[in-house]
Ligand binder design. Structure first.
Ligand SMILES: *Cc1c(COP(=O)(O)O)cnc(C)c1O
Length: 367
């Protein structure tokens, strides 16, 4: 039986129904667990770093949605660096998006460089180089914050032909937006901090794949380095995933309305939303994605105008991060990101569309 998204997220990772038990059992807080005193056998759980039933249930849920097996981490960066450090060796080359999540590039330019791993930067929109000699290709689509999109199946085929492993950062899309493993990627990495959990109250990351050997390597890495999410965060994340379909539906609807509003204003430039038919990402996004995320980017010209806009808005919280139930906006250049000073990434929340449009219009008029 194949269910639709709303049903899948409500039931993802839940245990079999049992009389008297909760639907989603609460968090299990344990460092060590009781061992069998006679022979020291652990059963399913021996020690909290490798073993936690709350975390395993969350991993079951994410694995179901991504179409693989998932391992969760303390943050998106913990997941991404686990993939990079468990697959790359001195002398290897990694291809990273030049317009993707900034911290991944800065990790490559510091830690990976010091380890003797070479990085080539490729813009998400292409053109893509010949990947001969590249060990790992990491794609990020839609790319954060510029929202360019690449054709995962096409790039994966080229990269595989050159013998490279293909990873996709699925943070912005979420597994309801696209399933990279089904499109030909070997591994998915993501931050669950954003739309996946969506309440701006938990940091989470995950890796998902179908290759048991690759997953085993990454799981050993996690066991050795300890970058696990705590039981309460894992439970909070699992609880939040139940509403993913509803949240994304409203966020996408809000983004469609906001993109249209912004595109129609003469005092706003560079409006990007991959769901706008005029957007450069529209064709590939429509082919590859099942839904377009609630993020719209645009330019207000300079930092002062962005500050006036954010001060005037009541329903737009100034905040880094995105994908939450509250509408937020971030001027990325303030973090040293190589975007222009007036560039804004607006993340639509789940407020009523009419209220959001009125607030944005008033704030832009004032700014
Ligand atoms: C936020 C983000 C990350 C990092 O995730 P954290 O949970 O903050 O560590 C990685 N990739 C993308 C695309 C992100 O947006």
């Amino acid at each position: 039986m194949s269910y639709s998204d709303g049903t899948r997220v409500v039931h993802a990772g839940l245990p079999e129904a049992a009389v008297g038990d909760p639907f989603l059992p609460g968090p299990v807080f344990a460092a060590p667990y009781h061992l069998d005193p006679a022979d020291g056998q652990t059963g399913d759980n021996g020690y909290g770093r490798p073993d936690n039933p709350t975390r395993r249930r969350l991993e079951g849920a994410i694995g179901e949605l991504e179409g693989g097996r998932a391992l969760t981490f303390a943050s998106g960066q913990a997941a991404i660096t686990a993939l990079l450090l468990s697959t790359l060796r001195t002398g290897d080359t990694v291809a990273l998006p030049s317009d993707g999540y900034f911290t991944v590039r800065s990790f490559a330019e510091s830690t990976l460089r010091d380890l003797g791993v070479r990085t080539v930067l490729v813009p998400t929109a292409g053109p893509y180089p010949d990947f001969t000699g590249v060990r790992l290709v990491l794609l990020e689509t839609p790319a954060n914050p510029g929202l360019d999109v690449c054709d995962i199946a096409e790039v994966a085929a080229t990269a595989h032909a050159a013998g490279a492993l293909v990873a996709v950062d699925n943070t912005t899309a979420t597994p309801l937006g696209q399933t990279p493993l089904a499109l030909g990627a070997d591994v998915v990495v993501a931050s669950g901090t954003k739309a996946l959990t969506g309440h701006s109250d938990v940091l989470l990351g995950y890796v998902a794949a179908t290759d048991a050997e690759l997953l085993g390597k990454i799981e050993t890495w996690r066991k050795h380095t300890g970058a696990i999410p705590g039981a309460f965060d894992a439970w909070l994340a699992h609880r939040s995933i139940a509403t993913l379909d509803l949240r994304l539906a409203r966020q996408t609807g809000n983004a469609a309305a906001v993109a249209e509003l912004l595109a129609g204003r003469e005092d706003v430039s560079g409006v990007r939303w991959p769901g706008l038919p005029s957007d450069p990402s529209y064709a590939v996004a429509s082919k590859q994605m099942r839904r377009i995320p609630g993020i719209v980017s645009f330019d207000l010209g300079d930092a002062q105008r962005v500050a006036r806009f954010l001060t005037a808005a009541s329903l737009v919280f100034a905040a880094t991060s995105f994908g939450g139930v509250h509408t937020t906006a971030d001027r990325r250049a303030q973090w040293g990101d190589d975007t222009s000073p007036g560039f804004v990434r607006l993340s639509c929340g789940i407020e009523d569309t009419v209220d959001l449009l009125a607030d944005l219009t008033a704030a832009l008029d004032q700014a």
